[in-house]
Design a protein around this ligand. Structure first.
Ligand SMILES: Nc1ncnc2c1ncn2[C@@H]1O[C@H](COP(=O)(O)OP(=O)(O)OP(=O)(O)O)[C@@H](O)[C@H]1O
Length: 317
């Protein structure tokens, strides 16, 4: 039996005056999956998340959330929670007081303290639950926003840049929590500028550029669109390696990375088969291979190719 999609949008458009923020966007979000929304600044990600969250309505197209059509009046659909443009918090209240206030606003009465404690624990904030939010770091605020969203036990969770401001430990914690939620059947739609979020969390991704979908599908399919990559090559003999690379058909040399002019690493590009030939030729010549890795990940390369960005051979994509 086919499961009801967590969200299904067809031909969604949204205008701000003359500005077209979303232009005929389709979106399919399955239960139990993380769906990533990525794109350059101003692509329309926050606008689309806002429509899913019910803080704005579309000017054209249809939107169904958890199987129910979304109508004109602004309202957060049952079973949906999350935040856009940063979580709305009261700085003079503690984390616990913030969550208690949210629980009251959302009409959660029975078992409220239990709900609050569980949400604090899920977000890893139990130890700082009674600290005023004014003293919270950006990462802690993000986690508190997530805790507030979890209070209602949503089936569809909307997160705008959830890794913003998180240190590596915080990122791991949030990733683990999101994975637990999807394991339990929750659908998550998140926007992110971070390819590591995409790679480690998302099953599906939609890429927006100036309000239009330029890619929608599984993350693996996106990585496969990366085309030719730039590689950083380190060997035991950079001078001979350079000469061998220069004489290998279809290999293009980009010189040492600009940020490391004295580096012994070469940056080069070419079809995978030519890179294979180069590696074999280096071995034949007795030049030891010490490192060969893409300068940017296939996901980043695909993202840049689709959004019209330039891959920087220095690796600063
Ligand atoms: N309330 C608004 N009034 C007017 N224009 C807006 C409004 N909100 C967004 N826009 C415009 O709509 C477009 C899409 O904005 P949106 O915030 O959805 O993009 P985004 O992909 O989330 O960008 P970012 O990555 O910078 O957060 C932008 O051109 C933006 O300037």
């Amino acid at each position: 039996m086919k499961r009801t999609p967590a969200a299904r949008a067809r031909g969604i458009s949204k205008y701000y005056g003359n500005l077209v923020a979303l232009d005929g966007v389709d979106l399919d979000v399955e239960p139990g999956q993380v769906h990533g929304l990525v794109g350059p600044n101003g692509a329309g990600k926050t606008t689309l998340l806002g429509l899913l969250l019910g803080v704005a309505t579309a000017d054209a197209g249809t939107l169904e959330i958890l199987g129910r059509p979304v109508g004109r009046p602004l309202a957060i659909a049952d079973g949906v929670a999350g935040f856009v443009d940063g979580p709305g918090l009261y700085p003079s209240l503690t984390a616990r007081q913030n969550l208690t206030a949210v629980a009251s606003l959302r009409g959660i009465r029975s078992g409220r303290p239990h709900h609050v404690d569980t949400a604090l624990e899920q977000a890893g904030l139990t130890d700082v639950a009674d600290v005023r939010v004014r003293g919270y770091s950006l990462g802690m605020r993000q986690r508190l926003g997530l805790a507030a969203a979890l209070l209602t036990r949503p089936h569809l969770l909307i997160l705008d840049e959830p890794s913003n401001g998180l240190d590596p430990d915080g990122t791991r914690h949030v990733h683990r929590l999101i994975n637990e939620l999807t394991d339990a059947g929750v659908a998550v739609v998140l926007s992110s500028h971070r390819m590591d979020d995409l790679a480690s969390l998302c099953a599906e991704v939609t890429i927006l550029v100036t309000g239009r979908v330029v890619f929608a599908g599984p993350v693996e399919k996106l990585a496969a669109e990366s085309g030719e990559l730039d590689y950083r090559l380190q060997t035991s003999d950079p001078v001979r390696a350079r000469a061998i690379a220069a004489s290998t058909p279809h290999i293009r040399l980009h010189g040492p990375a600009r940020d490391r002019p004295h580096s012994e690493a070469l940056v080069l590009s070419g079809p995978v088969r030519s890179v294979d030939v180069l590696v074999a030729r280096l071995a034949d010549a007795g030049v030891a291979l010490r490192g060969l890795a893409p300068v940017i990940t296939p996901l980043e390369a695909a993202f840049l190719a689709l959004t019209g960005g330039q891959a920087d051979p220095d690796g600063a994509a």
